[in-house]
Design a binder for this molecule. Structure first.
Ligand SMILES: Nc1ncnc2c1ncn2[C@@H]1O[C@H](COP(=O)(O)OP(=O)(O)OP(=O)(O)O)[C@@H](O)[C@H]1O
Length: 205
């Protein structure tokens, strides 16, 4: 999915936190969003994801304004993910259920993504009882499982041990290569952006 932003302004009260005249995020690429604390990275992801609709200007997805259909094709992974008080398996299955995927295929796809992210051991744990890092891994699995056209990641590996970072980065790259899905990732880690990103956007103030 290609994103084009035109004359975007976002205010919190009197304070202007985003001011972007023109920005295109290309389809099928991994774009890094970097910049200091408070520069508006999460705010921009929230706007692109459709979570925050209080802004001036336009955001288009393959040339169209946000609608229900587009909304279903994308997902945002939060830095502090929210998981249901149900088993990890059910958390990951959920996006497939709401998209009407049948039971057998759901089982196959959930199993496959848990293997890829090496989290089979968490299958029966309750989502709300996971550690910060475990939640981030499960949350990435829940996003990847339905092959979104647009994957928005807000510091997805901030609580993750080095071995698991490798696994997550491998799966983000694999997702992009195999499905040609567009990825936008907020990261403070320069090495990570070099490992993953085709394009980089710097947000200043
Ligand atoms: N709900 C809110 N109400 C008022 N101000 C807000 C709100 N959310 C964010 N802000 C302000 O908007 C600015 C941008 O915040 P945002 O979280 O987008 O920055 P960020 O670049 O993601 O920062 P970080 O690197 O620390 O995660 C900050 O000055 C922040 O204080």
């Amino acid at each position: 999915m290609e994103i084009s932003i035109h004359n975007l302004k976002k205010y919190y009260g009197e304070k202007l936190v985003l001011d972007i005249e023109e920005l295109k995020i290309k389809r099928g690429r991994i774009t890094g969003l970097i910049g200091p604390n408070g520069s508006g990275k999460s705010t921009l992801l929230n706007i692109i994801s459709g979570l925050d609709r209080e802004f001036l200007g336009t955001v288009k997805y393959d040339g169209k304004l946000l609608d229900k259909n587009i909304y279903k094709k994308m997902t945002l992974v939060f830095q502090k993910p929210y998981l249901f008080r149900r088993k990890v398996y059910e958390n990951i299955e959920y996006p497939l259920k709401v998209r009407g995927v049948n039971r057998d295929e759901r089982r196959e796809r959930v199993k496959n993504i848990m293997e890829r992210l090496e989290i089979e051991g968490l299958k029966d744990k309750k989502g709300h009882l996971l550690s910060g890092g475990e939640s981030q891994k499960v949350s990435l699995a829940r996003a990847l499982v339905f092959n979104p056209e647009l994957l928005l990641l807000d510091e997805p590996t901030s609580n993750i041990d080095p071995e698991s970072v490798k696994v997550m980065e491998r799966e983000i790259l694999r997702f992009n290569e195999e499905t040609n899905g567009t990825v936008i990732i907020v990261t403070h880690n320069m090495e990570q952006s070099e490992r993953l990103c085709h394009d980089i956007i710097h947000l200043e103030r």
